[in-house]
Design a protein around this ligand. Structure first.
Ligand code: SDX
Length: 429
């Protein structure tokens, strides 16, 4: 039976089809609303608005569950690898043995970047934030790889996607090396994806880099947790940018820009800075009161989520990974972790957080973990971007395959001046 929704305007009823998904809320298809009623809808922040149909990720915010192509994300984090998850998000299935061999070898063949990109980095001030460098050099990839910029060519789309998965870690490591004045380290294709990233980031030409398997496995899990998250701000930015038909590198670079914001992918850096500012468990009540004070712009960074009104499942895996990493490096009594654990405990018992359903999100423990692994806080968002490139390219591909895809062009509720006559300067008072 086809469900419908009826909207009544000035006593006249208009029916609109209700679309049902596999799981989750139904959606009212208002494509024809303006043509039929001369009305727009308005939904700042898109709290009740679906922008597209998608088969990639499903989030159950009330239950605190997240699925990549139907697989529980936390199960993938424990049992799969990031590169397998990239394949899953892009193709819709985990790779078979034959698929894995071709795909993993192909990614390895793209890990190096065009040698001339090195001089591109030299244009930046040494201490530049790695995200300032990355947002630029990823967009610049269209200048270095013009043979994979035609979005209407399926082969070029595939090569562009593989180039971004393979090269973004290399560029992120280069951005870090450049910011600390150390030489770039080339990829080592004898290593797996996360091991390679660690050696490009922390290796030096003066000595052989020793891989710590506990840390590389933890990083791989962190990449899986950050790989995709439905229509979040940066993914929606990529979809909107790509809807104009611009080349893939420019589209994905728009995701980097949006992700950098402290309310989104920059929250991990902001959360660690906040925990450092709190400094000691005795200071927690003061900061909880600040977070609750309507007149104080302070928010508990790493808390709250637009979709999760329960514990972010990624935060649970992140907390466990945090303990694994801190134990491995002999810092299991890390003071900042104690502050985080106590802050979570107090906040989750406080009526304000309970009423507003504010729980720790993925960013609450990621900063502590990455800091313990040796990453400076300026590298937290670049790491998030390395992982989220998987989701961005998967949504970018899905958008192009969607027959309903058209350029995104929202309307508005105009509240400005009524049309008025121009007055010459001499006639103005
Ligand atoms: C990510 O969308 C995604 O999926 C994002 C992400 C992904 O994987 O892509 O999950 C990654 O961005 C995680 C979120 C990281 N950001 C933070 O941790 C920053 C702190 N959190 C908040 O800024 C906020 O919770 C957001 C931005 C995450 C969500 O914002 P919403 O959905 O617009 O909610 P809101 O700001 O309207 O808050 C609702 C109420 C408000 O109070 P009232 O005006 O109703 O009285 O809750 C309050 C807010 O003031 N509130 C908080 C709070 N978060 C919301 N109060 C104190 N501390 C907080 N952290």
């Amino acid at each position: 039976m086809n469900k419908k929704a009826t909207i009544s305007i000035d006593g006249k009823n208009y029916d609109f089809p209700v679309l049902e998904g596999t799981v989750g809320p139904d959606t009212i298809d208002i494509t024809k609303l303006y043509a039929l009623t001369n009305n727009f809808t308005i939904d700042p922040g898109f709290t009740s608005t679906a922008s597209c149909e998608s088969s990639i990720t499903y989030i159950d915010g009330d239950k605190g569950e997240c699925y990549y192509r139907g697989y529980p994300m936390d199960e993938l984090a424990e049992k799969s690898t990031f590169l397998e998850v990239v394949h899953l998000l892009w193709n819709g299935s985990l790779p078979t043995k034959d698929e894995w061999f071709e795909y993993s070898e192909a990614i390895k063949n793209h890990t190096m970047v065009h040698e001339q990109m090195k001089s591109f980095f030299n244009g930046f001030r040494r201490g530049s934030h790695p995200m300032a460098i990355l947002t630029s050099v990823v967009a610049a990839m269209s200048a270095f790889y013009p043979d994979s910029t035609d979005v209407n060519d399926l082969d070029q789309r595939k090569i562009a996607a593989r180039r971004m998965i393979a090269k973004v870690p290399t560029l992120a490591a280069m951005a870090y090396k450049y910011s600390i004045g150390q030489p770039f380290i080339y990829p080592d294709n004898s290593l797996d994806y996360s091991e390679n990233f660690l050696q490009m980031t922390f290796g030096v030409p003066a000595e052989k880099y020793k891989i710590n398997k506990v840390l590389s496995r933890a990083l791989d899990k962190i990449f899986i947790l950050h790989a995709d998250h439905e229509q979040n701000a940066s993914t929606s930015t990529v979809r909107l940018a790509a809807s104009s038909g611009v080349n893939p590198f420019a589209s994905i670079s728009s995701g980097f820009t949006s992700l950098w914001g402290p309310l989104h992918g920059g929250a991990n850096e902001a959360a660690l800075n906040m925990l450092r500012e709190i400094g000691d468990v005795k200071n927690i009540p003061k900061f909880i009161e600040k977070a609750k004070d309507k007149n104080d712009p302070f928010k508990l960074m790493g808390f709250g989520h637009r979709v999760y009104k329960n514990y972010d499942p990624r935060a649970k895996v992140m907390q466990k990974t945090c303990h694994e990493v801190l134990s491995e490096i002999g810092k299991k009594d890390d003071k900042i972790l104690q502050v985080a654990l106590e802050l979570e405990k107090i906040a989750l018992k406080d009526d304000y957080f309970i009423e507003k359903k504010l729980y720790p999100n993925i960013d609450f423990y990621s900063g502590i973990t990455l800091n313990a692994m040796g990453f400076p806080s300026t590298m937290f968002t670049p790491l998030f971007a390395v992982a989220r490139t998987a989701g961005w390219i998967a949504h970018w591909k899905e958008m192009y395959l969607d027959p309903k895809n058209r350029i995104g062009r929202p309307r508005q509720l105009y509240i400005g001046e009524k049309p008025r006559k121009f007055l010459e300067l001499k006639d103005r008072s």
